[in-house]
Ligand binder design. Structure first.
Ligand code: SAH
Length: 255
């Protein structure tokens, strides 16, 4: 199991972005895993009721793709992750600093899904304005935002985090309860989770992943006090040696 301290020490945000969030690799191929997740996030954030004042992203890593459709429906966004370097990498993009990751191809793709590819610069600006805070979080703590105590939010989004952060099913279930306490009653949880994955690797380092089945995730979400409103499983393409993921579960639940 890769614990949070290992993330803090050795999770290299730039290598992670290069490996998993480039839209074209050396062979000029697209990134089907990312494209599929963008389409599903667009679909989920188009559902009725997925709107409000505040959205909290748990375990954001150095990425923003998960906020691109979300930012059209919430006024204010709080991003959070365990590691200093991930939060710094994200800040770099938010401040439009030199050396920040180039998300433009991804932003353009989402704008195309939303009906106007030409709006990409506007969307980048909107997102940069809406992310008000980038905070440290630890999903294994009763208050993951400790020492900050946040007023309850309208929605939480969390992509590919809990299966990396939790060593076993009991920890996964308690992390969901910790997260649930941060959402207003009637608020939503939007989650993207890989299924039946035991590891992912980049930059010659291997990170563990909690092996999950669809029903385990749905039951954990329900027992944390949510009603599952939307749940969809899509297969991962085989033949990828960077991870052994079999499928991706996307779900929306209401507290
Ligand atoms: N959401 C991003 C990053 C996923 S990688 C994406 O969709 O690509 C997994 C993330 O979980 C890393 O950013 C890591 O720092 C974070 N993480 C690991 N342990 C954690 C913990 N205990 N609490 C919160 N985040 C944690």
């Amino acid at each position: 199991f890769t614990n949070a301290e290992v993330y803090q020490q050795s999770f290299d945000p730039q290598e992670y972005l290069k490996e998993f969030y480039s839209v074209s690799d050396s062979q000029g191929e697209r990134n089907p895993f990312l494209m599929q997740n963008l389409r599903t996030l667009f679909k989920m954030f188009s559902l009725d009721g997925l709107r409000g004042d505040t959205l909290l992203d748990i375990g954001c890593g150095p990425t923003i793709y998960q906020l691109l459709s979300a930012c059209e429906h919430f006024q204010e966004i709080i991003a959070s992750d365990y590691t200093d370097r991930n939060r710094q990498e994200l800040e770099k993009w938010l401040k439009n600093e030199a050396g920040a990751f180039d998300w433009r191809p991804v932003v353009k793709y989402v704008c195309e899904l939303e009906g106007d590819r030409e709006k990409w610069a506007e969307k980048e600006e909107k997102l940069r304005k809406k992310v008000r805070q980038v905070l440290k979080c630890d999903v294994t703590k009763a208050n993951p935002m400790d020492p900050v105590s946040l007023p309850p939010v309208d929605c939480i989004v969390s992509t590919l985090c809990l299966e990396a952060a939790c060593k076993d099913l009991a920890t996964f279930r308690s992390a969901l309860r910790n997260i649930a306490a941060l959402v207003k009653p009637g608020g939503h949880l939007v989650m993207v989770t890989v299924l039946q994955e035991t590891y992912y690797a980049f930059n010659k380092q291997v990170f563990s992943c909690l092996h999950l089945e669809r029903n385990m995730v749905e039951e954990a979400v329900e027992s944390a006090g949510f009603d599952v409103k939307f749940s969809e499983v899509q297969p991962c393409l085989p033949g990828d040696d960077r991870a052994d993921c079999q499928a991706v579960l996307s779900l929306v639940a209401r507290r």
